[in-house]
Design a protein around this ligand. Sequence first.
Ligand code: ATP
Ligand code: MG
Length: 251
Amino acid sequence: MIRVNNVRAGYGDGPDILQGIDLTASGGEIVTILGPNGCGKSTLLKCIAGFVRPRGGAVEMEGRDVSAVAVHDKVKHHRMGFVPQTDNVFSTLTVADNVLLGARHLPVPERNERYAELMAQYPSLASKQERKASALSGGERQILSLARALISTPKVLLLDEPSAGLSPLMMHEVFAAIAAIRDRTGMCIVMVEQNAFEALSVADRAYVLSLGKVAIEGRAADLLADPAMRHLYLGGEPPPAEPHPRLAAVS
Ligand SMILES: Nc1ncnc2c1ncn2[C@@H]1O[C@H](COP(=O)(O)OP(=O)(O)OP(=O)(O)O)[C@@H](O)[C@H]1O
Ligand SMILES: [Mg+2]
């Protein structure tokens, strides 16, 4: 569904931030992009979406080279949804208007039908339809920005840090919503994340970027289990599932 071939990209006349990236993502899978701050994760997502044009290499969707295709054309012709890292809701608009913004190009009956389906799926939004988005919690805003992307039934969903700034409980809820979208729709989901453990727990495959290149790639479950990956990129060991034997012994 998405194929990134040897993509190089940067800003203005600055250096290449992405220095030859290869990535694939298919329908029915969540692919997560991990790596330290500033390594180029958002730049890669913006290249796939069309906000940044690659300097070299190519981005393909459904077998077609879309490197030079503008964002709005990808939204329309390749049914792409994009949720940016910041400023992803319009605070002064109501929840309903925020969601409906994603469906301006749909015929009214279809738009209303999709809107009703989404409200049934996300009760936390349904109960606040006429509230201003500024009155939502961080997690509710993330769900709102997801709902706005989903109203046009995309085939490809690009998410930039959907769990940013959320408490562990809300983070869990947002990731569960994303996994449910994959399972229900078979959508192709590419998700940039900082919360590596949680992202790898819902993702199918992962790419870890470092200094503009893919440092590690593989099945999410394999990366979670890899001690070198834990040490280098996941900030040490995950919290033990069972009480630590030594702690258990003293209690
Ligand atoms: N619009 C821009 N103009 C110039 N440089 C930019 C722009 N956006 C990002 N950069 C630079 O590109 C590099 C990669 O940024 P990017 O946003 O892709 O990183 P990131 O991996 O998403 O980081 P974070 O985890 O902090 O979101 C950084 O050095 C950043 O300063
Ligand atoms: Mg980023």
